[in-house]
Every structure is written in C-alpha cells, then in structure tokens.
Ligand binder design. Structure first.
Ligand code: FES
Length: 177
C-alpha cells in the first residue's frame, strides 16, 4: 500500500497531481462558504449567550426604559443597556424591546429575538401589521403569536410602570398568546 502512495507522489503521473489540486481548490471553496455562514450565525449566537445571563442577572432588577406617554398602540422599538457584572468582567450590552399597548390599554414588551434561529424581527416591514423576521420570513402577530416558520411565540419582558416611566425586567415566555 505504501508503495502505491509513493508512486503517486513521485510525479510519474502528472495527471493525478492536477486531480489533487482541483480537489484542494474545491475544499478551499467549501471552507470559504463555511466560514461565511459561520460569520452570519455569530450575531444570533451572541444573543443566545446573552439571554441566559440576562435571565440570571436581571432577577429583581428593573431598567428604566421610556416615558409612559411615548407608548402607542403601534409597537415601537426601544433600546436600553443592562449593566452586567460577571466575575471580573463588566459590560453594558445593548438590548431592545418592542413596546406597545393592547386594545384595553395594557402595556407589553416583546423581545426582538426570532424564535426560529435568533435573527432580529421588526414590526410592520411588510405593511400588514405583523412582526417579520428577514432571515427566513417568520411572521408574528402584534402579541407575538408565531404565524409562520417559528415554532414558538416571541418572548416577553417583565414590565412595570412607575411614576410615568416604563421599566423592563427579565425575559419570560410569552403570556399573551
Ligand atoms: S431566524 Fe427568524 S425566520 Fe429564521
């Protein structure tokens, strides 16, 4: 067997060598596509990494996000930072929530993280009063109910109103659908 390998490598058969390099080229190309896909995945992955931290650290912590009178029936996106201390590592990651009022005037805040693979949803990008995920076209109602593609409803933040301000707490499973 080793004799045979030796033969292939001694340039007695240049055709074989060109076959090798073509295979090599193919594997570089596939490697490139893999790296590109890995880069596309990294943002959702970071979110998955942040979510459990948020659940753990934000217990009992409320973040002042927006004045009550800014909230409308139409969902709007609000960004806020959470202060996170994990051993020696301190960070202030930015999160966002889609906040709106329901028909009875109750406020609620939904997580922008698509329940399919974790991309970021937006409200009404298709002018049909639904949340849409640009990655694989998941659709959700205003309450976050999953209509297509995604297996579960959008998560919800704990929410409270205090002295005219909306405060958000930890993320929980959707309680509205
Ligand atoms: S990640 Fe949102 S549809 Fe796939």
């Amino acid at each position: 067997m080793s004799n045979h390998e030796h033969h292939e490598n001694t340039a007695h058969k240049p055709v074989k060598r060109s076959g090798m390099s073509r295979r090599q080229f193919l594997s570089y190309t596939l490697g490139g596509a893999g790296a590109f896909m890995a880069a596309g995945m990294s943002l959702p992955m970071i979110r998955f990494a942040v979510d459990p931290i948020l659940k753990k650290k934000a217990g009992g912590t409320w973040i002042k996000v927006v004045e009550e009178n800014k909230i409308t029936n139409d969902p709007q996106e609000f960004k806020f930072n959470i202060h996170q201390v994990d051993g020696w590592y301190v960070s202030d990651p930015e999160l966002s929530a889609w906040i709106s009022k329901d028909s009875s005037g109750n406020f609620f805040a939904l997580s922008p993280v698509c329940k399919h693979l974790g991309c970021t949803i937006s409200w009404n990008t298709e002018k049909n009063n639904e949340y849409v995920c640009p990655c694989h076209n998941a659709h959700y109602t205003k309450d976050g109910k999953n209509l297509t593609v995604a297996p579960k409803p959008l998560d919800e933040y704990e929410l409270k109103i205090d002295k005219g301000w909306v405060y958000l707490g930890p993320i929980k499973a959707n309680t509205r659908v």
